[in-house]
Design a protein around this ligand. Structure first.
Ligand code: CA
Length: 438
């Protein structure tokens, strides 16, 4: 279990000046991990840690005399082309590296010139996926999303009986997961309109985003060895932003009886930075379940999960059209919510996923599912924001949207803030829809 320690101290400042500016996502209390190289170079991709507008180059830190023991081992593992080896080391190694970096980067630290030589400006880099993602599982943990969507597919029976007992998920597709900046073509698939008897193959007419968080598995488990809920968070490396693009018309025709297939597997975009669970300690909240609802079965219940299973991660979705971009405008923010509205916690997801003996591996990605809150502007998908197309979203440019149009870009943002703690952020997760290939 992670606890508050000196790395969270809100009075800590960094000699990296940009890390102390109020609006930065990456103060010294955050220290998220990603994979990068200099833009357009043939350098190898390698792991780094964000600090202000700079990145700590992990292989350089590992090769220096600045870190030792477990922190050095973690920096070496994190310096590879992806973070899987670091993820496999477990929480004490991640924590040792975080503490070492915090001490090297804080005001007054010795060796600033040497550490400074290990920094790369963020503006000069390009990112790769932070991990080799062997398997991707997408959950459905927002009861508000499940109810809103259920109403559209099954008006009389929106929430199926199993929802409040079992964390629902399906196995997604890892091959089409890309890092922020991903663009993809409008997918084709079978669509059958209500008034016709025969489906047609067509570019989707209802391309949607899904505001989610991605949970990266750290240490795995052996096949046949379930992860008890008391250990579940020890197996989580950290959290990123995730946009699970969805083609609603394809989904409506194909999803029964086995769930989504081509409506979901053409593109998923994640942010380059993974915020560790240790950085998120100040923002934990109790997990609560209304007394009228079934309480979680014992294997999905623990004292720790009740005390602090939820996390207050504020989330926003922005939309930028081609016209807005041409006019030099910023994205319009069209939805805002928080992760703490989720019905099932991260620990419950991990434990349920492995209760049958299924093995999770370092770098596996668990999507939370669309994170909608109770309010109408807290919906994490256009199908909900527009009430199934009945209420278009109006943009500052005068344009409106029911679903996405070619050239539209969607940006997800996430951050945590509360009195007495330093605000930390997740950076941004951008993706762009290109015209269909016909
Ligand atoms: Ca999803």
């Amino acid at each position: 279990m992670r606890e508050l320690n000196e790395t969270h101290n809100p009075t800590l400042a960094s000699w990296v000046v940009s890390a102390n500016q109020g609006d930065t996502d990456f103060p010294i209390q955050n220290l998220p991990f990603g994979v990068f190289r200099r833009k357009g170079s043939s350098e190898p991709f390698r792991g780094g840690v964000a600090i202000g507008d700079q990145i700590v180059d992990l292989p350089r830190i590992a090769a220096s005399c600045l870190v030792s023991d477990q922190a050095k081992q973690a920096a070496e593992a994190g310096g590879m082309k992806n973070l899987n080896a670091l993820m496999a080391l477990g929480p004490s190694a991640w924590s040792a590296l975080r503490l070492a970096l915090s001490r090297l980067l804080r005001d007054g630290a010795a060796g600033q010139a040497l550490v400074g030589s290990c920094l790369v400006p963020m503006n000069d880099v390009e990112y790769d996926l932070p991990a080799h993602i062997g398997d991707y599982t997408d959950f459905y943990t927002s009861v508000h999303h499940a109810t809103n969507i259920g109403k559209q597919f099954r008006p009389n029976n929106p929430l199926l009986q199993n929802y409040k007992w079992v964390p629902i998920a399906y196995h997604g597709r890892a091959s089409s997961i890309g890092v922020s900046g991903q663009s993809f073509r409008r997918p084709l698939g079978q669509v059958k309109d209500a008034e016709t008897t025969t489906p047609v193959l067509t570019p989707t007419r209802s391309l949607d985003f899904e505001l989610e968080l991605g949970i990266f598995v750290g240490m795995g488990n052996r096949p046949g060895d379930p992860i008890p809920i008391t250990d579940a968070e020890e197996h989580v490396f950290g959290i990123c932003l995730l946009n699970d693009w969805s083609a609603r018309d394809l989904q409506g025709w194909e999803y029964q009886p086995l769930g989504p297939f081509l409506s979901k597997n053409f593109a998923t975009t994640i942010s380059p930075w993974i915020v560790t669970l240790e950085a998120l300690v100040p923002f934990r909240l109790p997990f609560t379940r209304e007394t009228a609802d079934p309480q979680p079965l014992p294997y999905l219940d623990s004292t720790l999960n009740r005390a602090s299973g939820a996390i207050d991660i504020r989330l926003q979705v922005g939309l930028l059209t081609v016209g807005m971009q041409a006019a030099g405008a910023h994205a319009d923010y069209i939805a805002e919510t928080s992760y703490h509205h989720a019905y099932w916690t991260m620990a419950q997801m991990v434990t349920h996923h492995s209760v049958n003996g299924c093995d999770l591996r370092p770098g596996d990605l668990l999507g939370t599912g669309t994170l909608s809150g109770p309010g109408t502007n807290q919906a994490g998908a256009l199908i909900e924001l527009t009430a199934g197309g009945k209420r278009p979203v109006h943009l500052s440019s005068g344009e409106k949207r029911i679903f996405l149009e070619d050239g539209d870009s969607v940006v997800l943002r996430g951050w945590c803030e509360r009195p007495g703690a330093t605000r930390i952020g997740f950076g941004e997760c951008w993706g762009t829809l290109l015209p269909a290939r016909l």
